[in-house]
Design a protein around this ligand. Structure first.
Ligand code: HEM
Length: 301
């Protein structure tokens, strides 16, 4: 049997507009829930829009009681060093819309909401956009160290053949709110030490120049000789009042997320925190399962 296909939107890069919607189910009737999800996804023109649908552990277990990927868990609030907290806002269904036209993306968000509001409560809504070609609002390019080739992206992001959930992905979504006034008051040399890369040239700091509490040092991890690679698809968001990053990443196992978060929040032996969390604060957090296309269709049947 060939490997099952991941949802294609996961790998669709270079879109300009994103819309994220998270829902908590409030109806027990599975038929009604499936009907709403089918309606939310109906009549998509793949030239205009890509939509990735993911499920929290409890919801997936209800909708597909026969199997759940081995490592899928609910996101639990992390209590880090120096009073830093990564809160859990675990919900049930997560829609990620991308497209090049904001109007079309908006129409899709409305279609999803009109269907989902019948069976669920909206717990998070966030629009996102591409900021100056993959830049974060901190002024640093985001996504540089993502796996480079299609094959490496899949290796990092997709549950391998033969495992429960093959062709699907574990997903982390976290809304981060930046304190840009505080960040912009930091001299560029120091910002570079916090991220672990140069700002202009986007080069990784080397040797002694790389602080062990930089964002790169805290996230570029190996465990038992395995690089904890993930595939990041985050999007900046902003109004003049609130600005940040909707962190979104896909992985073949949940450990890749938990090990990096624990390292960022000082829940490791050295108890060092990622300096970046002094300038940006996580205000949401959920783990999801994005099933392979076949498994999604099978479940909705
Ligand atoms: C405020 C939130 C965040 C911001 C602004 C941010 C920004 C960045 C930037 C600018 C880079 C360097 C360029 C690149 O390789 O992409 C980076 C790298 C990275 N980030 Fe983040 N990030 C955030 C949160 C997170 C979280 C929550 C995780 C993991 C759970 C994470 C995992 C990574 C990884 C794995 C890398 C690449 C490390 C390597 O060089 O191998 N980031 N991030």
């Amino acid at each position: 049997m060939p490997m099952k296909f991941p949802q294609i939107g996961i790998f669709r890069e270079n879109e300009q507009h994103m819309h994220f919607l998270e829902y908590r189910l409030n109806r027990l009737n599975l038929k009604e829930i499936k009907h709403s999800i089918v309606g939310a996804m109906a009549n998509i023109n793949p030239d205009d829009i890509s939509l990735v649908v993911s499920f929290g552990k409890q919801a997936w277990h209800r909708l597909q009681p026969d199997w759940t990927p081995a490592s899928l868990e609910d996101f639990m609030t992390l209590y880090g060093q120096q009073s830093h907290i990564a809160p859990s806002t675990q919900a049930d269904v997560f829609f990620w819309i991308q497209g090049i036209n904001m109007g079309v993306v908006f129409d899709q968000a409305m279609q999803i909401h009109n269907n989902m509001q019948v069976v669920a409560e909206l717990t998070l809504e966030q629009q996102g956009f591409d900021y100056h070609h993959s830049m974060d609002l901190t002024g640093f390019e985001d996504g540089t160290a993502n796996p480079e080739t299609e094959a490496l992206k899949r290796e990092a992001a997709v549950i391998p053949k033969g495992q429960v959930g093959e062709g699907g992905s574990l997903v982390l979504s976290q809304k981060w709110v930046h304190d840009l006034a505080k960040w912009n008051a930091v001299p560029v040399r120091c910002q570079e030490g916090i991220i672990g890369r140069t700002k202009d040239e986007n080069l990784e700091l080397e040797g002694n120049a790389m602080p062990d509490d930089s964002h790169i040092s805290r996230t570029d991890l190996d465990m038992d000789g395995v690089a904890m690679k993930m595939y990041r698809r985050s999007a900046p968001f902003g109004t003049v009042q609130e600005k940040g990053l909707l962190f979104l990443a896909f992985a073949c196992e949940l450990k890749r997320f938990t090990s990096q978060l624990e390292s960022m929040y000082g829940l490791t032996e050295d108890k060092k925190i990622d300096q970046l969390i002094n300038y940006s604060k996580a205000v949401s957090g959920s783990y999801w399962f994005a099933p392979a296309i076949d498994d999604l269709q099978e479940m909705l049947r």
